[in-house]
Design a protein around this ligand. Structure first.
Ligand code: GSH
Length: 204
């Protein structure tokens, strides 16, 4: 595999997914940090050379750039046990990764960002109006995870896959967004299983 560089903001769970995947696979990553609060992913140089979409994470493999956290995790994990060997298992894993991007991250991660990183006092009126809806959406996502994990050790099959890594990133820090992990005991037990994996690294 080519030299791997992660363009990241260390406070981002989307970036952490890629670091965790690489760590579990024993693949070294070089890290380049940007401060999203200072607009460092919106500069002309970043837009032209790293990601025209103005966002991190971006995984650089040699001279090619791959935005989107879950795509980058897939690239790292291709051919490993983090991706199920059977077609249905792979599709089911993608189901949870799409759920993470559509139902979980826009609610759970956004409230953490707004309330703990930006700070409520600095939110716009439009952002403040969205808090209740994002709270309800995040709680619904966590409740669905709780229901699944009450009967399963992992999201897909009998071992950790990229679905677990994608959902772990923002779930384990969801209390910073005002969610109560204590309401989700099966989720808490699953968080412990993930953090006990060989090679696990914590978020910065
Ligand atoms: N769907 C993308 C989301 C990327 C994203 O929203 N990145 C945020 C940080 S987590 C960002 O770069 N924000 C800075 C900005 O939009 O200027 C992924 O999973 O990688």
């Amino acid at each position: 595999m080519k030299t791997l560089t992660l363009h990241e903001d260390p406070c981002s769970g989307n970036c952490y997914k890629i670091r965790l995947t690489a760590a579990l696979l024993g693949k070294p990553l070089t890290r380049i940090a940007y401060d999203i609060l200072k607009g460092e992913t919106r500069t002309p140089a970043f837009l032209q050379n790293v990601n025209a979409n103005g966002r991190i994470p971006v995984l650089q493999a040699g001279d090619r750039f791959l935005p989107e956290s879950n795509a980058a995790c897939w690239y790292l994990a291709e051919g490993s046990a983090l991706i199920p060997g059977d077609a249905f298992g792979r599709a089911d894993m993608l189901r949870w990764m799409f759920f993470e991007q559509y139902n979980h991250e826009p609610n759970v991660a956004t409230l953490r960002f707004w309330l703990s990183i930006v700070g409520e006092a600095h939110l716009t009126a439009a952002q403040k109006e969205q808090i209740a809806g994002k709270r309800a959406g995040g709680e619904a996502a966590l409740a669905l995870m709780e229901e699944h994990l009450a009967g399963h050790g992992w999201f897909v099959g009998g071992s950790v896959t990229l679905a677990d890594i994608a959902l772990y990133a923002y779930t384990h820090v969801c209390e910073a967004g005002g969610f109560r992990l204590g309401d989700y005991p099966a989720v808490c037990r699953w968080l412990e299983r993930v953090s006990a994996l060989p090679g696990y690294v914590p978020m910065d």
